[in-house]
Design a protein around this ligand. Structure first.
Ligand SMILES: Cc1ncc(C[n+]2csc(CCOP(=O)(O)OP(=O)(O)O)c2C)c(N)n1
Ligand code: SF4
Length: 336
């Protein structure tokens, strides 16, 4: 992440483009767009220092609506285009905008390798558990048994858990938020922006047309505090209307218990540096557990572009390039 350049402070509306936003009324993408514009303005960076890369899907229309640089690329390939751009222009703040179909189905391979490489990019996965743009087929995050146009008898597919996948692939910043919960979403987006390395943020996004209320059971206002748990580094993992519930570790397994049934010392404390704990948290789902929101894991390791660009500069210093020597090196032969 490069230092901000000098320029007058920008407002969220400065990040809005002149394009008419064409999502269905009530689509969760509107809320994410608004929050992203706020977060971008808060970074203090110029619009020309952002590049937003998307694949194909409703969510992938995002770059049109931001007054930044951007590409609307091909289905599932946004991570690869982002990689090329970040290596060529490492000073840019690069964001990948993708859907659950785009990044986990056709783009699954590109996604895992981007995460493994730890490029300094920010990956926003809009998870609505459906293919929105192609009108409602099931996706790799649709729940088992989901009835859709492409699975009239219910899916027989076991779904991906995107955050476990991201942790397993080696992402160094892994977080989750909800489209309409603007404050925590903005905080996660800013956390991703400031993190050096690949940030992976899953956003629970409502598609009212093809999969309405997919997350309502945990995102509806009246039930939110009982069914979500806010992750805060150094804070005990407690939740509920009166913070009366807690998480404890029992023989390497998480257990949700009444706070009054355990001592305070037994309650698990959130540690964003603890990857093993993050894996356990990523597998928590309602109704057995509350669903965690916020930063699950944040670690540090060298980024792909830094390692690669170091190597390039070392090679440039070491000797003069000789293409003939490279082509006719030790291992060549003549076919007669
Ligand atoms: C090579 C290719 N295969 C298939 C498609 C059809 N297609 C377009 S978008 C899409 C899935 C989009 O779903 P998701 O990524 O979840 O995004 P959403 O529209 O829900 O935001 C598919 C299969 C395509 N455009 N290109
Ligand atoms: S189909 Fe769903 S995801 Fe796509 S714009 Fe409409 S509401 Fe949004």
């Amino acid at each position: 992440m490069a230092e901000p350049h000098e320029h007058p402070p920008l407002k969220p509306k400065d990040f809005a483009s002149d394009q008419a936003v064409r999502w269905c009324p009530g689509c969760g993408d509107y809320a994410v767009l608004k929050t992203a514009q706020q977060a971008f303005a808060e970074t203090g960076r110029a619009r020309s220092e952002f590049a937003v890369i998307s694949g194909i899907g409703c969510s992938s229309r995002f770059p049109y609506y931001l007054s930044t640089y951007g590409f609307h690329t091909i289905h599932g390939r946004a991570p690869s285009v982002a990689l090329g751009l970040k290596v060529a222009r490492p000073e840019l703040s690069v964001w990948v905008i993708t859907g659950d179909g785009d990044s986990l189905s056709i783009g699954g391979n590109h996604t895992i390798h981007a995460l493994r490489r730890n490029l300094d990019i920010n990956f926003l996965l809009f998870n609505n558990r459906i293919y929105g743009l192609t009108k409602g087929q099931y996706s790799p995050t649709s729940e088992l048994g989901k009835v859709t146009k492409s699975s009239p008898m219910g899916t027989v597919d076991h779904p991906f858990d995107p955050l476990s996948l991201a942790l397993g692939a080696g992402a160094t910043f892994v977080a989750r938020s909800v489209d309409v919960q603007a404050k925590p979403l903005k905080s996660v987006l800013l956390g991703a922006y400031h993190h050096k390395g690949t940030s992976f943020v899953e956003i629970y996004q409502n598609c009212p047309i093809f999969n309405d209320d997919a997350f309502a059971v945990i995102t509806d206002k009246p039930v939110r505090t009982e069914r979500q748990i806010e992750l805060e580094h150094g804070k005990p993992l407690v939740y509920g209307k009166k913070q009366e519930m807690a998480l404890v570790l029992d023989r390497l397994r998480l257990r949700a218990v009444k706070r009054s049934d355990v001592s305070e010392a037994e309650i698990l404390v959130h540690d964003t540096a603890n990857r093993e704990q993050a894996f356990l948290l990523a597998q928590m789902h309602w109704p057995e557990f509350p669903e965690p929101m916020g930063v699950f894991y944040q670690g540090q390791r060298a980024t792909y572009e830094d390692l690669l660009l170091d190597q390039v500069s070392q090679a440039q210093k070491s000797k003069k390039a000789d293409l003939t020597e490279l082509v006719y090196g030790k291992n060549h032969w003549t076919v007669q």
